[in-house]
Design a protein. Structure first.
Length: 197
């Protein structure tokens, strides 16, 4: 698997975004001194795509596949794309507060700690549906790792389209999110413009 080894805060700075969206509450001390050079329209579109890929941890090819799926769905392509990305299993585990960062959520899913409707799923890109129950498997619930995670994520707001119980490490997808419920600083219209060239 391709791994980007650029420090997270450095990438956040270059994309002009807050690390909080990745679940990281560190702040970079250094300011990015942007030159007064004007960014081209293509540059802006590319930056939005890189932001979305970076936040959700998706590589180029799968991201393009998401775009094509979103394009075939009813409604606005940009909104559909964001909904598809938001309903990935690793993202839902992060949103429920069962992981500190999206990267950690991906690892938790990879290591077979997550049950969807009682079945073990270890595919981070698995698409959850309305009514799905997501929980951490019984064997892992008592581990120190999850006690620490719940301490850190206890104050985090769970989106209204999800219902989480941090005591039993169990959550439900009430319905799929709409664009207003997704608080990610990405202008999906620019991504659509980039791909529709």
């Amino acid at each position: 698997m391709a791994i980007n080894r650029t420090p997270v805060l450095k990438r956040c700075r270059s994309l002009g975004m807050d690390p909080v969206f990745l679940g990281i509450d560190k702040k970079s001390k250094r300011q990015l001194n942007r030159s007064s050079r004007k960014i081209s329209e293509y540059g802006l579109q590319l930056r939005e795509k890189q932001k979305a890929k970076f936040i959700y941890g998706v590589l180029e090819k799968p991201f393009h596949n998401y775009y094509e799926r979103a394009d075939k769905m009813k409604g606005m392509t940009g909104e559909n794309l964001m909904i598809l990305l938001e309903s990935r299993l690793d993202n839902v585990v992060f949103r429920l507060g069962f992981a500190r960062t999206r990267k950690e959520a991906r690892q938790i899913v990879d290591h077979k700690h997550v049950l969807v409707n009682g079945k073990c799923i270890n595919i981070p890109s698995y698409q959850v549906k309305a009514g799905d129950t997501i929980e951490i498997r019984e064997k892992s619930k008592g581990s120190q790792r999850y006690k620490e995670i719940v301490e850190v994520t206890g104050g985090r707001l769970v989106p209204e389209w999800l219902e989480a119980d941090s005591e039993t490490l169990k959550g439900t997808v009430k319905n799929l999110p709409n664009r207003e419920a997704i608080d990610v600083p990405v202008n999906e219209m620019l991504i659509v413009e980039l791909y529709s060239k």
